[in-house]
Write a protein that binds this ligand. Structure first.
Ligand code: HEM
Length: 427
């Protein structure tokens, strides 16, 4: 079924201004792309210092996103899975981590690091996450209503990942500032650069990303040096001293993985927690359902928050050979973007996909990525943080709610809220 003559023209995904549109309008545009019936090819965004190419196919249907994710030999993460356009070398050297690799390079690093994220290791951090969430809510109650993002959503994820890596508390604000630049670089608030300033300014934005990434690498190197041979029990100690069947992380691998963790570990979960409050405010029946049986319904609620908000909008894959998928022919060298936001609203998989329904079952969302080797390493940690945060909030200040609209991050990659006013009755 074809609903539009030229969807690529009518729905300008490669134009940053498209991502400013209201969330409902964006969702409607992706519904139109799904209804279009065939994958649509979009032009690459124009970015100085980068080699644009022949554009990318937008994979907007659940079946396509799932199939591409589980076929890494054909849908490769190399040379890049995180940016639409290959980053120039001066950025790439800092950010080219395992998320941008295929096996066997990817498998080697994932083997070394995945132990730290096993359910057994996570169980050890349980009390710590709980204590931190309790302190955050203490301080929220003491300071009163205000910006939920700064007072709550930012804090737990950054504190938890920094704690795991052994980054001292005093450096948390710096980590937040730097990861905001790395992931929020399309938003003028973090780089001082607006689209209206022209193409060269976008290039200056990349330089800012490189400088912020270099600062994180230097922090990683310093902590790594301190822990090498002198382990303190944190993840940095485990990673720099890891030797599994003779396999070690190189300094470069450790630096890029450290950066990936601090970025992925806080921007994404922050986004889910902030959307969660807005969703429970807009859907009071769902809040009542959750409060009526918190322990029985919270895991469904967390999955539904991640499906509905889809904190990470898309990742990329690169065709290694000619391939036919769901009736469409792709050529070797083609680029595809996996639009998780769209797959998560696919009406052929989810009944009433635009409804926020914490009892949805099954809920085969792809918010943590599709099935395959790159499935989110931090998914269980993120689920735990979101659960603990809402348990603490709804137990102590059950009427907490968003008090207005969010100030949204301008990004085609992270569906973020920069600020969200909240209000509540103090106990
Ligand atoms: C709600 C929160 C989160 C969301 C929505 C999310 C989303 C994702 C997605 C979509 C991928 C798949 C990438 C791909 O297929 O190319 C991914 C991978 C990854 N995530 Fe998460 N993530 C979240 C939280 C976290 C946390 C808390 C951490 C770490 C502390 C983390 C670390 C990672 C890492 C290391 C990978 C790469 C795995 C690999 O390449 O093998 N994520 N995440």
């Amino acid at each position: 079924m074809t609903t539009q003559a030229d969807p690529a023209r009518e729905i300008p995904l490669s134009d940053l201004r498209f991502w400013e549109r209201p969330l409902t309008e964006r969702a409607a545009a992706f519904a139109a792309l799904r209804a279009h019936g065939a994958p649509v090819r979009f032009p690459d965004p124009q970015i100085p210092f980068t080699k644009g190419g022949a554009g990318y196919w937008a994979l907007v249907r659940h079946a396509d996103v799932v199939e591409a994710s589980r076929n890494p030999q054909i849908f490769s993460s190399e040379p890049n899975a995180t940016t639409v356009i290959d980053s120039p070398g001066f950025v790439d050297k800092y950010i080219n981590s395992m998320i941008n690799m295929d096996d066997p390079r990817h498998a080697k690093i994932r083997r070394i690091v995945s132990r730290a994220f096993s359910p057994r290791m996570l169980a050890k951090t349980e009390d710590d996450i709980q204590a931190r969430a309790a302190r955050i809510v203490d301080e929220l109650i003491a300071s009163g209503p205000g910006d939920f993002v700064a007072k709550v959503a930012v804090r737990l994820p950054v504190e938890v990942i920094c704690d795991m890596l052994g980054i001292p508390d005093a450096l948390h604000p710096r980590v937040v500032r730097l990861t905001n630049i790395v992931l929020g670089n399309s938003d003028a608030e973090y780089t001082g650069i607006t689209p209206e300033m022209g193409k060269l300014s976008t290039g200056r934005g990349l330089v800012k990303v490189a400088l912020a990434s270099r600062e994180l690498h230097r922090l990683a190197a310093r902590l790594g040096r301190e822990r090498a041979g002198n382990p303190t029990g944190d993840l940095t100690s485990a990673l720099v001293n890891a030797n599994i069947d003779g396999e070690r992380l190189t300094t470069q691998e450790f630096g890029t993985f450290f950066l990936l963790l601090v970025v992925a570990g806080n921007e994404t979960t922050r986004t889910a927690i902030a959307h969660g409050l807005k969703l429970f405010t807009d859907n009071p029946d769902q809040r009542d359902l959750l409060l009526a049986d918190f322990d029985g319904r919270v895991s469904g609620a967390v999955e539904e928050i991640v499906r509905y908000s889809t904190p990470v909008t898309q990742f990329r894959r690169n065709l290694t050979r000619d391939h036919e998928m769901n009736g469409h022919h792709y050529k070797a060298g083609d680029k595809v973007l996996l639009f998780y936001n769209s797959a998560n609203r696919d009406e052929s998989v989810f009944d009433d996909p635009d409804a926020f329904d914490i009892t949805r079952s099954p809920n085969p969302h792809v918010g943590f990525g599709g099935p395959g080797p790159h499935f989110c390493l931090g998914a269980n940690l993120a689920r735990r943080e979101i659960t603990v945060m809402f348990r603490e909030l709804f137990t102590r200040i059950p009427d907490i709610r968003a008090d207005g609209e969010p100030d949204r991050l301008l990004s085609s990659f992270i569906n973020g809220f920069k600020r969200l006013p909240c209000t509540f009755t103090a106990p």
